[in-house]
Design a protein around this ligand. Sequence first.
Ligand code: HEC
Length: 147
Amino acid sequence: MLRVVAVLAALAIGATAVWAQNAAGITARKDAMKAFGGAAKGPGGMAKGDAPFELPKVQASLKTIQDTAAKAKGLFGDDTKAGETDALPAAFEKRPDLFARFDKIGAAAKAAAGAIKDEASFKTEWPKVVSNCGGCHKDYRKPPAKK
Ligand code: HEC
């Protein structure tokens, strides 16, 4: 009997450890996504004319997007499927397509970083980067709850 209790206790500890790992993995993914959001915000305002164009800020954002896109591919492990996540099951079932999209936005950010020299080139190039956000969300992210 004691032995059974010990085994059950060990299992419970194991389950907790796995759960903690999931939660940390999901948090890391959401943090990466928040980095995308943060990177898109400043230049987004500039594109709309709400803020003055600032090349260094745009270049910093493009760098963040490249780094985040590369990192994101490591954040969709099987142990992060369930829990407090808005990632749809499809994200894990179609990883090659998901990862290709991260590669695509990374490449778009890199190309834009090379092409943007001034406000005019920014206005042409920036939309080519952020046009990659929505498509992936449509297929792989739960739509945000309507408020
Ligand atoms: C290749 C797919 C893909 C691309 C490209 C992508 N996202 Fe996401 N995004 C996701 C997924 C999947 C989630 C849900 C993550 C989760 O909840 O675990 C998400 C979640 C988010 C979130 C919510 C994070 C939170 O607080 O939970 C923000 C903000 C976001 N993305 C912004 C962006 C922006 C801005 C871009 C473009 C610069 C972008 N994403 C590009 C797949 C993508």
